[in-house]
Each structure stands twice: as C-alpha cells, then as structure tokens.
Design a protein around this ligand. Sequence first.
Ligand SMILES: [Zn+2]
Ligand SMILES: [Zn+2]
Length: 391
Amino acid sequence: MSDVLGALDALGSTDPGLLQLPGLVASLARVQAAATGHYLRRLGELDASGEFEVEGAATTAAWVRRETGKSEREARDDVRLARRLRQLPVVQAASIAGDLPPQTVELVARVAMLLPEELRAATEPALVDAARLMTYEQLRRFLSEKVASLAPDQLKDAIETAYERRRLYLDPLGDMGEVRGSLEPLVAEQLDVVLNALMESDRRADETRTIAQRRADALRLMVEMVCELPEMPQVREALPQLIVVSEEGKPAHTTGGNVLSEGQLDLVRCASDVTTVVVSPGRRPLDVGRSARSVGRRVWLAIVVRDEGHCQVAGCSAPASRCVPHHIVPWRLGGGTDLDNLVLLCVAHHHALHDREINLILYDGRTLTPTGGLPVGAGPPPRRSRHLQVA
Ligand SMILES: [Zn+2]
Ligand SMILES: [Zn+2]
C-alpha cells in the first residue's frame, strides 16, 4: 500500500508541463476508478466474512463510517454496491481494471440486479460493453430500455417505489428557508424543464449569478406566476397570500414569523398584490390597491407607455409583464401613487433595490436609492455606495 501512495506522491511532485497535463489527468481518473474498484471488491469480501464484528462495529456500514470518515449515506451506498458487485463478476472485473468510472459502475450494477437472476449472467457482458461505449446519459437510457423489455415488472416496481418515496420538506423559518426532498423522476424532470425555461427568460446581460442562484430566482418567478393564475384555489374564501403584519413602531413580520427589514416592507408594499398583503394588527388591509393590477388600470397603462414597456434600469429590457410599479419615494416616507412617483422595475431589480439596498442607475440618468430618486448626475448618498453594474 505504501508503494501505491509513494507512486502517487511522486506523480504529484513532478512538474508534468502543460503538454503532458491532459494525459496525466486522464490517467489519474483511471487510477481513481481502479482504486475504487479494488476498494469495493475488498469491502465486499470483508462484509461477507463478518470480520467487522470483531472490530466492534454493528454493521459493515458503521465500520466504513468509523474507519473512513464517510457519511452514513456514503457508507451505506458503498456497502450496497460492494454486495451487488459480488454477484456481478463481469462488472466487478471492469471496475477493478479501471475501465468504468465509479458512477457508471454503480448504474450498471443497480440495473443488472433488477434483471431476473436467470438472465443476469447472460446479459452482464453486453451491459458492460455498452457502458464502455456510451456516455453516462446514453447508457442510462439504454439500460432503462433493457429493463423495460427484459423485466417489465421491475420497471413497474421501480415506478411504484418512486411514488412511495416521494417527499417534499419545506421549512420557511430560520436563516434560510430550506427546501429538500425527493421527487418521482418524471416530476423532477418536468420541474427541471420549467425552471430552465424561466432561467432562460430571465438571463441578464451582466450575468454574475451561479446556476443554482438562477434556479432559485426561477422558482420565485414561478411562485409569483402561479399566484396570478385564475385557477389558484382559494383558502377560506381568500387567495393564498403572504400576510405581513405592520404595526407603528414595531418591525413588520409575516404571520409565519419571519421579520422584515424596512426595505423588505417597502418591497411588499410596492409589489403588494395577489402574493402578499400588508395588514395592521386588527387585520385591516393597509395596502390593498397598490399592485400592478390595482394602481388603477389607467395609471398602470400610463407608466407602461411612458417607460416604453420595460424595466427602467439602464441596460435592462425586462418586459412590463415581468415588472412592478415601484414607488420612488416609499409610502412610509410620504410617497404617493401618482405617475411621477412610479417607475417600472423588473422583479429582479426591484428585489435588488429593496432587499439588498443596491442603488440603481436608470436610463434617464437618475440614481434610484431605497428611499428615493436622485436627479441626473447626482451621486449616490454617502452611506450606500454599492451600484448594480449593468452592461
Ligand atoms: Zn419598490
Ligand atoms: Zn430590470
């Protein structure tokens, strides 16, 4: 074992030069695959021998966790795969030779075990051959088709199992709202398609968001769109709304218990519509009538026409359908719902201004701050100097 580690050490300390680098990286991936193959084979042997009990661990997975520092799930997955590979000699051999990346070994082994035992040995070589030739995605499709034709009941079982295992957990309170769970593969794929379309429609010229951040923004967009659907079910004779309680001298909070900053309160007041409603402690709605649909149709049309149908942040062309009428001077500071105090902002820029207090430069040269608008050429107020750079 020290020879192996020594050889790896030697590789790591020599300077391969740029020309040799691609070959070296490819070789290391193969070494990694082969090492995983050997690890799984020996783990399978250890598991079959029951040796781990001697070492004071209740299960093989517990032993793996303790000895390798892997997570519970990783350890369990390793043991399950090692057990499968003991029944799949051809896949095991390819894995040890480093012919297949670990992820592919896992896929082939999992699918091969779905086949009826009498077909398994005869089919194994063909599965491994396919795995050598295909990309992971091609292989996955090929294997699904194989299972569907050779073991149709298994496919039905897999669908049934996925249905039983569907879960969605949502925790809206805390530093971050947490979403996690498992969806049936088709549902997950459909969600992926929808989110990708929304991400594409919300692409920015100066894109600095990560893919994961853009996906989160797409989900927010989806929620806002769904809330506007006429089919949206009513609960206790009202549309499902985020209810914000605002009381003089106290921080505003949602009925769920999330506290809002002043900027966030301005935000929901500007955009207050079907998704959000602001009420006083007596539940008297304060801001009903300030949304895009209810600043009054005439005022809304006037803003859209004046602002040429798109977000007014310099460089942004998000259409009016994706915009809200922002109150330049917020309501709490005396700003009114008249044309001069309103400007079209897309949802993304609107959130940037209120949530993160980022000053925005408009097409007409004014600088928009969270508390008002500065005339052309005037600098941002000294306290806040961050600008959202728009190409
Ligand atoms: Zn606003
Ligand atoms: Zn915008």
